[in-house]
Design a binder for this molecule. Structure first.
Ligand code: 3PY
Ligand code: MG
Length: 254
């Protein structure tokens, strides 16, 4: 099943979050039990070449490849799809105009303006029928507009109504900075949770998917209860640090 069809079926999908731009690291992350692996080009070190190569171990492990592009680099959304990404997350989508630019890069006409060229994506998806690809790909690719500022919150209804936007993805760290006018960064800030719940409710009412970055893994169930069905847990820095800490603790206690 595709990422898109699993979300449409109401499944909750958990993605790993990769910032180390190396296919060998991605291979290790993809071998864990995640449903998807997100390669992060915004704050992570991923770049075009590491995305092009990093999608291979994700597919080989039967995980869904997802890419977060840098701010405003909607051209990279088309490239990520051409490399085989099933979903793209665009950070800092702060207006309907941003959403329209993102959707244009994500979807072939008549919905958008995506240019033809899936020379990596088509064989990587196991296909060769170009006409079927054109017919089906808009529905198979998922565009997540990040909601992480006050401007995005104000424009939420319009962003959700934008054709070609399939869902929203909350960035709670940036959102907490906006929420507190720069006083703190705290992705678990209780004070903003009601608003985060309302964002998921609005997405659901608009028939769109809701995703969120989860800093405290123990809060995952709460976000699912709010209606979020795409949860991101990151990053390899933490996976490595937590694994090392646990091993050392066990060794020292033995
Ligand atoms: C945020 O929390 O601001 C994010 O962008 C998550 O990566
Ligand atoms: Mg952010």
């Amino acid at each position: 099943m595709t990422f898109s069809s699993r979300l449409a079926a109401g499944e909750t999908l958990i993605t790993a979050w990769s910032g180390i731009p190396d296919a060998l690291t991605v291979e290790i992350v993809a071998a864990q039990g995640f449903d998807a692996v997100t390669l992060d080009m915004q704050h992570g070190g991923h770049h075009e070449d590491s995305v092009l190569r990093g999608i291979v171990p994700v597919l080989r492990a039967n995980r869904h490849p997802v890419v977060r592009i840098p701010v405003g680099r909607f051209d990279m959304a088309s490239r990520a799809l051409d490399f085989g990404a099933e979903a793209v997350i665009a950070p800092m989508v702060n207006s309907v105009e941003d959403a329209q630019h993102f959707a244009a890069a994500m979807k072939y006409p008549p919905v958008g303006e995506r240019s033809w060229g899936p020379s990596f994506a088509l064989p990587r998806a196991g296909g060769s029928d170009m006409k079927a690809w054109l017919r089906e790909n808009n529905a198979k690719t998922v565009s997540f507009a990040m909601i992480e500022t006050r401007a995005a919150l104000a424009a939420l209804d319009g962003i959700l109504e934008t054709p070609g936007i399939d869902g929203i993805f909350v960035g709670p760290a940036d959102f907490s900075i906006a929420w507190t006018n720069g006083a703190t960064v705290d992705a678990t800030l209780e004070d903003m949770m009601e608003t985060i719940e309302n964002i998921a409710a609005k997405a659901k009412a608009a028939g769109k998917h809701a995703g969120i970055f989860v800093v405290d893994a123990a809060m995952s169930g709460r976000f699912v209860d709010m209606g979020y069905r795409f949860l991101a847990l990151g990053t390899e820095h933490r996976y490595i640090a937590m694994g090392a800490e646990a091993l050392l603790k066990t060794a020292r206690a033995s």
